[in-house]
Ligand binder design. Structure first.
Ligand SMILES: [Zn+2]
Length: 317
């Protein structure tokens, strides 16, 4: 254990002593002294391999941060996001096979609305009270992340076919609790599909601490393909596949100052909210030649595991 692993930061803020996932105290401050990374406070766990921000956000910090998500009204779903949601449903279900879908951290509930329209039974959870209200207005069975799920038979154990979490895992302080919940609600052989920023993304190597994958107190833990391969079995899952795709072209091509703005916009956009890069995704999706070009780019990014987003598919054992 490093001597920097005492439980106070320089400014007196409390920090996480052990690993946020496995609780090991065998952690090390990575990149702490590297030029450009000193503001990140990242540790790596030598036992499970998790990379995490040692700072523990206060309630005030979290409230202030998530107030920026502004869930006052239902925002339109971008064409690109709609297509990616539809692809997820098409991938895991055949027409005659309409099951139960559970979306963790569902935002304003767009994925659940699409799944419901396609004939699935849908459930979800959400942290933001404003987003919860929007989900309830849309008639969705969405519960607060803070309330016990298995009281009053809100949802039964081993009842879900597909458990999803789009760009949520990195926000959670304790990934272990997330995997335990997914394992409990999924049927045996049920599928857990999640997306999360890739710690090994090309943008991280180019933009370093300005990469959109960072941003305390929004993002607290950072994942790689290797981490899921190493830890999935421990949580009771087998890996079906893990892809890394996407390139944050905007932030790489802009000046450092602009990149900060874009990363803020990107972080504030949950999977449910169109962000400033949506026009690029829509443009590529609507042009066949560019779509093929995007396919080659994604294949290359996936080959070297440097795509912006990890797309992880696990099966409950
Ligand atoms: Zn660990």
């Amino acid at each position: 254990m490093s001597d920097k692993n005492n439980n106070k930061l320089e400014n007196g803020q409390i920090k996480f002593v052990g690993c946020r996932n496995c609780g090991s105290i065998s952690t090390h401050p990575i990149l702490r002294n590297a030029v450009g990374f000193k503001s990140l406070y990242l540790n790596i766990c030598w036992d499970c391999g998790l990379i995490f921000d040692v700072r523990v956000p206060t309630e005030k910090e979290l409230k202030s941060n998530y107030a920026d998500y502004s869930y006052n009204t239902i925002k339109p779903l971008s064409l690109a996001t709609r297509r990616s949601y539809q692809d997820v449903l098409n991938r895991f279900f055949k027409d005659a096979d309409k099951g139960v879908v559970f979306d963790f951290g569902c935002g304003q509930g767009d994925f659940l609305v699409l799944a419901r329209q396609a004939g699935f039974r849908v459930f979800g959870t959400e942290f933001s009270v404003d987003a919860l209200n929007l989900c309830h207005k849309r008639g969705l069975k969405v519960f607060s992340n803070t309330e016990p799920l298995f009281d009053e038979q809100k949802i039964s154990e081993s009842s879900v076919d597909l458990f999803t979490a789009f760009e949520v895992l990195e926000h959670l302080g304790e990934p272990k609790a997330f995997f335990e919940l997914a394992h409990t609600v999924l049927k045996p052989s049920g599928v857990l599909y999640l997306t999360s920023p890739n710690f090994n993304a090309l943008s991280r190597f180019i933009e370093r601490e300005r990469s959109p994958i960072f941003g305390y107190p929004d993002h607290l833990c950072f994942y790689s393909k290797k981490w899921f391969i190493k830890n999935s079995k421990h949580f009771g899952f087998e890996v079906i596949d893990i892809k890394s795709q996407g390139l944050n072209i905007g932030s790489i091509s802009r000046s450092p100052e602009a990149a900060i703005d874009l990363s803020t916009a990107s972080r504030r956009s949950s999977s449910c909210i169109p962000d400033s890069t949506d026009w690029i995704r829509n443009f590529f999706a609507s042009n066949l030649i560019l779509k093929s070009f995007k396919g080659y780019i994604n294949a290359g990014l996936n080959l070297f595991n440097v795509g912006e987003t990890l797309k992880v598919t696990l099966r409950r054992i």
